[in-house]
Write a protein that binds this ligand. Structure first.
Ligand code: ZN
Length: 472
């Protein structure tokens, strides 16, 4: 298996199984509910771990929690530690609700300050760092490789952290003297203060994975300065550090990169509440690792429809037939995608059958109210499936435009009633309440011990034009 490496700008081979593959993925700064963009490196890290494990690798994934940071001091003056603690719990809760399991370690910076102080001490002793009035800076000129990861010439590297006391505008802080308004501080040989952001990842990665590990992940926005600085800190001490830098593309909100400094932010929690974890996972599945993905009501509605159509594909192979399920559960444990001519009355799309090594995921308890499905594609998929449609509502206009909808004889309702039912205006004039699924959803499949990995490039909607299926 090969991964694109930002450092060499080439595909780099991952060592053969069983590895080990040790991975470090930069985690969130905890000062608010994490936004949906933060979920992308988390999801990719968890998927990569599952995929590698399923192939016999010994994998360890470390995902850090930045609980010392200017943003936390700014967000909760006088109570930064309490906010960081609460926001860490939110992050655990929100990411675990995605149903992919959790990383092997999620170290917090506050639990590792003595190790960070020791590491900075080594950099000072070896001439790669210098103290100035309670701060300690990394001496960029001492590391000739600097700039290579981010593709900058060493003499043209962007200035960071302006401060007249630095030897060189390129130098960056490893330790910051305690300032007014910062309500947490730790002792160090250079006075009371706290670690900088970049040093934490060098130290946490090496503490948990050792001085040499296989994969470093994180968003492309972290390449400079964060990862450039991590690399300089560790390699200037002679530690090999990460072998592959696997950066993911950013999540853009209506075309703009999401960050909390701009408005229009959706948190993971809000997105879970509005769309559910399956839709979120299908949304992330649809994006190439290094490319940006656009988050908007339209792209999420599309993902919801795709999720619905995948369920129908699965149902054609497995649902409703308990005997088939028992047979599947008894057969040996490898996920498989079944293809072939669909039986009459079944979806023309690919049929997915899967087993989770004698551990077929148990059906989840059923809600009595049924599930709300809306949008023309999603409802059409629901009608084509085998779930009972409990209620179906549509606007006169939608009925006029969609013959399949007219055939289903929906109750006609005005637009605003449908918006109220759906809870938003993305229903395209059609809303249905359908019987809940009686079988595992994508969440459960992803959570089984031997995870299902389905290649979805043959699944297509019968409504789509003929031709090659879109890779998913
Ligand atoms: Zn980091």
């Amino acid at each position: 298996m090969r991964l694109f490496d930002t450092y060499t700008k080439s595909l780099v081979e991952v060592p053969p199984p069983p590895g080990p593959v040790r991975m470090y993925f930069c985690g969130p700064t905890v000062y608010a509910r994490a936004h949906i963009g933060n979920a992308r490196p988390f999801v990719l890290g968890m998927w990569l771990r599952s995929w590698l494990r399923a192939r016999g690798y010994e994998v360890t994934l470390v995902h850090n929690i930045t609980d010392i940071n200017d943003k936390i001091y700014d967000a909760a003056p006088g109570a930064s530690a309490e906010l960081a603690r609460r926001a860490t719990e939110w992050y655990f809760a929100d990411t675990s609700a995605l149903g992919l399991g959790m990383p092997d370690a999620m170290p917090k910076v506050t639990d590792h300050v003595p190790e960070i102080v020791r590491f900075i001490g080594e950099l000072v002793d070896s001439g790669h760092a210098y103290p100035v009035e309670g701060d300690v800076y990394f001496r960029v000129a001492s590391f000739p490789e600097y700039g290579r990861l981010s593709g900058q010439r060493p003499d043209q590297v962007e200035e960071q952290e302006p401060n007249a006391l630095k030897e060189d505008p390129r130098d960056f802080a490893l330790w910051k003297a305690n300032k007014q308004g910062e309500d947490t501080a730790w002792d160090s040989p250079w006075g009371r203060g706290r670690p900088g952001w970049h040093i934490e990842c060098s130290v946490l990665a090496e503490e948990l994975l050792g001085p040499s590990f296989e994969i470093h992940g994180g968003g492309l926005d972290l390449v400079f300065p964060h990862h450039e600085n991590e690399l300089a800190q560790s390699r200037s001490l002679g530690h090999p550090f990460a072998h592959i830098w696997a950066h993911n593309g950013m999540l853009r909100f209506t075309g703009e990169k999401m960050s909390k400094s701009v408005g229009n932010i959706a948190t993971i929690r809000e997105t879970l509440d509005e769309w559910g974890r399956e839709t979120i996972l299908v949304f992330f599945l649809g994006g190439h690792w290094r490319k940006p993905i656009d988050f908007s009501p339209e792209t999420m509605a599309q993902a919801a429809a795709q999720a619905e159509s995948f369920r129908n594909g699965r149902r054609a192979g497995a649902a409703g037939d308990r005997r088939a399920r028992r047979v599947a559960a008894a057969s040996a444990g490898r996920a498989r995608v079944r293809r072939g001519r669909p039986a009459p009355g079944r979806d023309r799309g690919g049929r997915l059958g899967a087993t989770g090594r004698a551990r077929w995921p148990q059906p989840r308890p059923q809600a009595v109210t049924g599930e709300l499905v809306y949008g023309r594609r999603a409802v059409r998929e629901a009608l084509r499936g085998r779930r009972e449609v409990l209620e179906l509502w549509a606007t006169e206009r939608a009925v006029g435009a969609e013959p399949w909808l007219a055939e289903a004889k929906p109750k006609q309702r005005p637009e605003r009633d449908l918006s109220e039912l759906a809870g938003n205006r993305d229903h395209q004039g059609v809303v249905a309440r359908v019987e809940p699924y009686r079988y595992a959803d994508a969440y459960e499949l992803a959570a089984v011990e031997r995870p299902l990995l389905a290649v979805l490039d043959r699944v297509r909607s019968a409504a789509a034009p003929r031709g090659p299926a879109r890779p998913a």
